[in-house]
Design a protein around this ligand. Structure first.
Ligand code: IPM
Ligand code: MG
Length: 368
């Protein structure tokens, strides 16, 4: 079986970190009886430069045909002044929307070797292992109307629309409950049901799915603002957090910073399984395009490499191979290899390619 992968490096450090993923793919095809056919295309600012749009129909066609999309990063100061609909980020939003990637999985895992890198006390974050399940194709990101109009008195008026249907809430709740069963069996659902009717519906729908289909999972409800506070007060109280698109955007950045290393965290965006058993999927590091260090060989490739581990696990069902890659990353950290973003006194500072060299060596050793 050959897996079809679309590589979308994008902008900034995206191309550099995806290059390292390509090397890891090479290791897996040479050593683990896995075959990949890769294609590549442009997305974001570079696609705008080449084609005048951050995502082209031709690229979308390739994405729809792929078993998985591996995505780097988009955006940069060069494109800040573009009209809203041509901005690099719109390329990513089109991929999410058109592929129906409604389930965004964002693990926030504190690596033991890096517990001192967090801005929180090590005892607060040591052993931290949270999974944020963010709804990704609904809510205020996609709701209509979304517009700026002129008022008769010369003012302007902007509207974004927060909208959810029960179906959209139920399917993301199911993803959260199913994943919780494979981990700590606890789900906290974050909403603003005290001020938003979408929150009221959210809470009702999550509760209904829980009571009917997942009574064995411990469910709690938490207001999103309180959730933000609890994340810095006592983050280890959480196992799985399920929440809407906008709250998920904010809370997942907060959770990422708890681990002290945004350059370390992967993510998966999954769609619904089709009748043919295929499930659209996109994997990306949660860090951005980091234009300040782009092209210098300094970027941390680990988030992208761990995104490939998520791809092996969720898209290809290769759990052992995924675990192997995660173990290899843990090992190089324990051995003291650090890129600049996670550098600590006494450790060995390496660049993007040398970090991957170390990971490939660890893969060799662990699989020997
Ligand atoms: C993220 C990012 C995106 C979002 C941007 C780049 C559109 O912040 O993936 O969290 O807001 O969803
Ligand atoms: Mg974000």
């Amino acid at each position: 079986m050959t897996y079809n992968i679309l590589l979308l490096p994008g902008d900034g450090i995206g191309p550099e970190v995806l290059e390292e993923t390509r090397r890891v793919l090479g290791w897996y095809s040479a050593n683990r009886n896995l075959a990949f056919a890769t294609r590549e295309d442009l997305v974001g600012g570079c696609a705008y430069e080449a084609h005048g749009a951050p995502a082209t129909d031709a690229m979308m066609k390739k994405a729809l045909a792929a078993d998985a999309v591996l995505f780097g990063a988009v955006g940069g100061p060069k494109w800040d002044k573009l009209p809203f609909h041509q901005k690099p980020e719109q390329g990513l939003l089109r991929l999410r929307g058109d592929l129906g990637l409604f389930a965004n999985l964002r693990p926030a895992l504190c690596f033991e070797a890096l517990k001192d890198a967090s801005s929180l006390k090590p005892e607060i974050v040591s052993g931290l292992d949270i999974l944020i399940v963010r709804e990704l194709t609904g809510g205020v990101y996609f709701g209509k109307p979304k517009e700026i109009t002129d008022l008769p008195d010369g003012q302007k008026r902007a509207v974004d629309t927060q909208v959810y249907t029960t179906g959209e809430i139920e399917r993301i709740a199911r993803v959260a409950f199913e994943l919780a069963r494979l981990r700590g069996n606890r789900v906290a659902s974050a909403d603003k049901s005290n001020v938003m009717v979408t929150g009221v519906l959210w809470r009702e729908a999550v509760t209904r799915v829980h009571d009917k289909e997942f009574p064995d999972v411990a469910l709690s409800h938490i207001l999103a603002d309180n959730c933000a506070m609890q994340l810095v007060r006592n983050p280890k109280q959480f196992d799985v957090i399920v929440t809407d698109n906008l709250f998920g955007d904010v809370l997942s950045d907060e959770a990422a910073q708890l681990t002290g290393s945004i350059g370390m965290l992967p993510s998966a965006s999954l769609g619904a399984k089709g009748a043919d058993g295929r499930q659209p999927a996109l994997y990306e590091p949660i860090h951005g395009s980091a234009p300040d260090i782009a092209g210098k060989g300094l970027a941390n490739p680990i988030a992208t490499i761990l995104s490939l581990a998520m791809c092996l696990r969720y898209s290809f069902g290769r759990v052992e191979d995924a675990t192997l890659l995660e173990k290899a990353v843990e090992r190089v950290l324990a051995e003291g290899y650090r890129t600049g973003d996670i550098m600590q006194p006494g450790m060995t500072k390496v660049g993007t390619a040398a970090m991957t060299d170390a990971i490939l060596k660890a893969l060799d050793k662990l699989s020997a």
